[in-house]
Design a protein around this ligand. Structure first.
Ligand code: ADP
Length: 424
């Protein structure tokens, strides 16, 4: 198998978002959890998104991990590597976008790297190098108060220049709208003046397509899911990838029992659990007993095993904001959250041992704990259950399994039913 596109994402949810975007563009895509093992057994795919957690770690470590991911991607034949960053350019003056970009550029031999976090369909546009989040510049958006990387400057040419050893230029919208030839000529001019990176303006979807065509001629680019979309469209348009219908990738039924786990306490999830109660057995865990002992998980597993043969079940720790506040007041927020996440991971492990092969998980952190515990190295991305929530097929590790991992607020009222309908 030769990859048409390899991506390195600096966080897990960003990786899922990109993998979902590439899949919707017709690329068969696998998202791996961390740097894959050399011998990871992959199905036939066009793209791999390697998920790292390198956004806020020390820059040297981010470079080391990104380089290891790049090495694996290149070993699978990909010509182009997209370094996937957040569409709000989350970073500090110490990195990690600039340092990782510099390292990947040095490895690739590219003279100049095209950089853009633009994704107009989600309200991220770049004009004259300034990033807008909806109608406001980045430094007036809620990102100005981000706890880890507050963004106080909307001018990305300046922001990137502070992080990178390269001279950073601008590829302005007027040039982008004139198409790939004009963009290439502009980049050649910048290279001649010693520039090594360029922030590209993009305001409309068409701009991303132009940038995707040009980026494909390079070995490395830096961007958010928007640039991923541009690259994917360019790969399909050039005939290098034959566009696939999304469902084909996960259509193969896995059978086995089905179960849902809910650790999210969001409004949407609480409503979804209430709806699920009308169609399947639901066990509501006692959060207090989870935090103080292990019997609650054993009780839940015994309850589940009695019912799995008759159809899907749901186990939830989720409770209302005042109940959550009470548990947190007694045990501390982090300790309570961690104990409940680990209980959910115990349950997932026990359910799989009991024959569950279709597993729906509600809650971002909860999903992370479950996936880590199950030791799943990666996922093939399939049909969307709800916007941003695809069906996933575990790859590289027996047994064959389908999962849906939903962050709290996602999905409609019938999410659990909708998910299970697509997971056969
Ligand atoms: P979301 O995607 O909605 O943010 P997460 O799974 O990321 O959901 O986060 C929910 C957090 O709340 C997790 O740490 C989980 O363990 C914790 N939690 C779940 N149920 C309860 C509860 N009843 N009381 C307190 N904390 C809980």
């Amino acid at each position: 198998m030769t990859l048409a596109l390899g991506c390195i994402a600096d966080d897990y949810t960003g990786a899922s978002d990109l993998a979902n975007t590439l899949t919707r563009c017709g690329l068969r895509t696998v998202q791996t959890i961390g740097i894959p093992a050399d011998d990871l057994d992959l199905p036939e795919v066009d793209a791999v998104v390697v998920s790292l957690k390198s956004r806020s770690i020390e820059a040297g470590l981010a470079i080391e991990r990104s380089r290891a991911a790049e090495k694996w991607i290149r070993s699978r034949g990909a010509d182009h590597v997209l370094f996937k960053i957040c569409s709000t350019f989350d970073s500090t003056d110490a990195g990690n976008i600039g340092p990782v970009m510099d390292a990947l550029r040095a490895d690739s031999g590219d003279a100049i790297v095209l950089v853009t976090p633009a994704f107009p369909e989600t309200g991220r546009t770049v004009y004259q190098g300034n990033l807008f989040v909806g109608a406001v510049p980045l430094n007036e958006s809620p990102l100005k108060d981000h706890p880890l990387n507050p963004m106080h400057d909307s001018n990305l040419v300046r922001v990137l220049a502070r992080q990178s050893a390269a001279k950073v230029g601008l590829l302005d919208l007027a040039t982008v709208t004139r198409g790939p030839e004009a963009v290439r000529a502009h980049l050649d001019g910048l290279v001649a003046k010693g520039f090594g990176a360029v922030i590209a303006d993009a305001v409309f979807g068409l701009d991303l397509e132009t940038l995707g065509v040009v980026a494909l001629g390079h070995r490395v680019s830096v961007g958010a899911s928007g640039l991923g979309l541009g690259l994917a469209r360019a790969l399909v348009a050039s005939g290098r990838v034959a566009s696939q219908p999304v469902c084909a990738t996960t259509d193969d039924p896995v059978g086995g029992s089905a179960a849902c786990l809910a650790g999210s306490c969001s409004q949407a999830t609480l409503q979804q659990i209430a709806r699920a109660e009308q169609t399947m057995p639901v066990l509501r865990l006692d959060p207090e007993r989870i935090v103080t002992g292990a019997e609650e998980t054993a009780r839940a597993l015994a309850w589940a095993k009695e019912r799995l043969g008759q159809g899907p079940i749901l186990i939830a720790s989720s409770s209302t904001p005042d109940q959550v506040a009470a548990v947190q007041a007694r045990h501390g927020r982090d300790a309570a959250g961690h104990a409940i996440e680990q209980a959910m991971a115990d349950l997932a492990e026990g359910l799989v041992q009991a024959g569950v092969r279709r597993l729906v998980v509600a809650g971002g952190e909860t999903s992370g704990a479950v996936v880590d515990r199950l030791g799943i190295p990666g996922f093939l991305v399939g049909a969307e259950i709800a916007p941003g929530v695809p069906v996933l097929r575990a790859v590289g590790a027996p047994p064959a399994m389908l999962l849906a991992l939903k962050s709290g607020n996602f999905g409609g009222a019938e999410f659990f039913r909708d998910a299970l309908q697509l997971m056969r």
